[in-house]
Design a protein around this ligand. Structure first.
Ligand SMILES: [Zn+2]
Ligand SMILES: [Zn+2]
Length: 201
């Protein structure tokens, strides 16, 4: 649910603000809205994954006049930048979210029976898309962004990306306290008879 500051004035020149007057409060009328708006602050988690400041968000929406207000539904698509949480490579991706939100008329039953923060409101017949789109995008961001689904990350010993390492890459490093034991174990192995398990009780 988008945050809604109590009945603030909405600036008609704000690209995120839509005027719904042409729907004329006649239930059944609808209008398609297809536009691009820039975000004025980054969305998401800085240095992990964000829709960067100034990035263009593309919305493809249907505004429908319903009895209680204006129903907004459709999709928003935004570019993402971040860092792979396994290999630290830069990520540039895109997120697409679905949005559905009722903007209630100020004098509707919905308006009277719900709290300000429960349902969005029309303000002077205008809709502010920004809280709606911002909340939907932020919720859709990956908590653990990856450059690719199966990113193998980094070798914990040398910090090189597994993708850049030879197959079979490894580091021979044995704690000196165990080294003697390992040697003995290796010795036992080579001393094994090839015919089945040992029977040393
Ligand atoms: Zn990665
Ligand atoms: Zn390594």
């Amino acid at each position: 649910m988008p945050e809604q500051k109590p009945a603030a004035h909405l600036d008609a020149r704000d690209p995120w603000v839509l005027d719904t007057r042409e729907l004329g409060r006649r239930a059944g009328l609808s209008r398609a809205v297809d536009r691009t708006m820039a975000v004025d602050e980054p969305l998401g988690v800085p240095d992990v994954i964000t829709v960067p400041k100034g990035a263009e968000v593309q919305v493809d929406l249907l505004l429908e006049s319903v009895v209680e207000g204006v129903l907004v539904s459709g999709t928003a698509t935004a570019p993402l930048v971040g860092e792979c949480s396994r290999c630290l490579d830069p990520i540039s991706d895109e997120v697409e979210v679905e949005v559905t939100e009722l903007f209630a008329y100020p004098d509707s039953t919905t308006d009277e029976t719900t709290d300000e923060d429960e349902v969005s409101r029309l303000v002077d017949d205008r809709i502010d898309l920004q809280p709606l789109v911002r909340d939907a995008v932020v919720l859709a961001l990956p908590l653990v962004p990856l450059c690719r689904e199966d990113c193998a990350g980094l070798c914990t010993e040398c910090g090189v990306k597994w993708a850049d390492l030879e197959p079979g890459h490894g580091h021979e490093k044995i704690d000196p306290r165990w080294a003697a034991l390992v040697e003995r174990f290796d010795g036992d192995q080579t001393g094994d008879q090839p015919n089945g398990p040992e029977e040393q009780a």
